[in-house]
Structures are given as structure tokens and as C-alpha cells.
Design a protein around this ligand. Sequence first.
Ligand code: SF4
Length: 335
Amino acid sequence: MLEYLELLKDPFETFKIADELREKAVGDVVTFVVNRNVNFTDICVNRCKFCAFSNRKKFLLTLDEIKSKVREAVEYGCTEVCIQGGLLPNAKLDFYISILEAVRDVSEDIHVHAFSPMEVYHMAKNSGLSIKETLNELKKAGLDSMPGTAAEILDDSIRKQICPDKITTSQWIEIITTAHKLGIPTTATMMFGHIESWEHRIKHLLIVKEIQRKTGGFTEFIPLPFMTKNNELGKIVKGSSGFEDLLVIAISRIILYPEIKNIQASWVKLGVKLAQVALHVGANDLGGTLMEENISKAAGATSGEFLPKEEMIRIIESAGRIPKQRDTLYNILSP
Ligand code: SF4
């Protein structure tokens, strides 16, 4: 911990080391995935203080609407659909299975990246099932991987203040490690730039590193700056600066090296130009084309909802890197 805090006092040295480690880990290739987000509902029983998405429009997509979004994604050439939503009161496992079946009715092949650890906990609890039983059923119904969202900051003193209804740190770790053991890979995320300190961020990164040592189930790490608009927390904190966002990306690369190869710069949260800079301080992935992005937009992100594949390629090339389309599991698909 102390060595990292010491290093952060020299930001440009931190950037330099992170860039060198990025080169060692993955070279000059920068990847992206062609995907579509499907947020099936914004109705949610939780009241996370940073959330600008829940209960605004009170929409709930029908299975036919989900199918038509998946069909559009397949027609566009998406290799992944990322499916998440609010926590519908009393939603049981069968509701989530019906979503997976709807996707599989449209495509057997598309990679289904779905349901956060919080959603898994919610469906398991409402169905009287264990986490393991729930994840097994989801996998049988076609779940390929999970977003490692709902991590926020993995420290219960922070979680109690910003998302008191959410799963605890140990529950997040349990759900993620159970998924990994069942052969369901996940991403790992961290939402920073609110009430947490550098110590909390480093602790979070060390937890992620430790899980990866044990399971090897994380595909990437995604640092997500807190978006300050239209939520309660944004009224009392200022949010991180662009410079701080870069430092978080750099220290993520340094701490997670060599366990986690892929550090993502989220163009939705950072904006395209800062994401390009992030590629020079440790990041090697730009995330997805997305097609629609409701959650960050609600919280004030202004970078749009969709980056076509050609635009992704242009952005990476103009940052001096080699663009490659990947699938969700980081297999390279095309030059
Ligand atoms: S972050 Fe997720 S769980 Fe929390 S209120 Fe928003 S939709 Fe609900």
C-alpha cells in the first residue's frame, strides 16, 4: 500500500511505469468489442446514491422488444450483447432465464454478457436458491460471462454511505469467485471519484489482484469515474479531474500487473480524447461500440451512445496504436 501511495506523489513517473508495463503485457495493440447494451428495465428497489438511471422512466422491455434489440445487434455485426437492468421487486430466477432464452431464440452464437453480481444476488434471494445454484442455471440457459459491476469501491464503510442496499464487499467477492469457479468469466470494475480515498482505491485493486491470482477469471479491469449529474451523491462531491482519471488508470495497470493483462479506458465515461490519452498511461482497450448506453447518459456523460467500428479504428490509429477488434474474451477477431 505505502509503496503505491509514495509512487502516486510522482504522477509522471507513475504514467511512465504504467506505459512500460502496458507494453510488456500486451504491446501496442489496442482492442475493442462490437457490442450492444440492452438495459431491460430502470425499475429498481435499491436507492444507490450515485445512480441516475433507476426509476426515471419506469420502463420494462417486453421479451419481444429485447429480441428485436438483439436482432438489430446481430444484423449490425455485434459479437456481444451486454444485458443489465434495475432490480425489479421480487424478480426471480425464471424472469432472468426468460431474458436469456429470448436472446437465444434470436441467436445461438452471440456472446451473452449479462447480470451484475447485485442482480445475481437479487434473483437468488427472491428464488430461495444459493448463488452457486443460480449461476449454474444461468449458465445452462446461455449466460457466457458477467459484468463485474456493482463493485463500486470494495470497502464496506464506503458502500454503507453510497449504496447501503447493495451487496457487501464479501458478497461481491463470493459471487464473482463462484462465477469464476463455474467457468463464467467476469470483468472487474471500480467506480471512483466520490468519497473514497487513494487508500480505498488501492485496497480495491489489491482485492481484485488477489481474486485473479486464485481464479484467473477476470477478463479485464475497468476503472469508471463517478458521473456527477442527476444523482444525490453528485450534489455533495465534485467528481474526479481528468488528470486523476489518468492516474487511476496508471496505478491500476501497475498494481494489477502481471495478473490482469487488460485495462480498459471507458470512452463513455472519459470522453474520446481522454480515452486516447489513457492509452499512453496504461490502458490497452477501449471497451465496446455499445449502440446504446442509458446508464452513463443519465448521469451526465456526453460522449454519445454509439461509436461505430470504423470510428473506433480511427480513434485508436490517431492515438498511435494498432486497432484490433476482439470478442468478449479477448480473442482477436479482425485486424
Ligand atoms: S445502481 Fe443499480 S442497484 Fe443501484 S439504484 Fe441504480 S439500478 Fe438500482
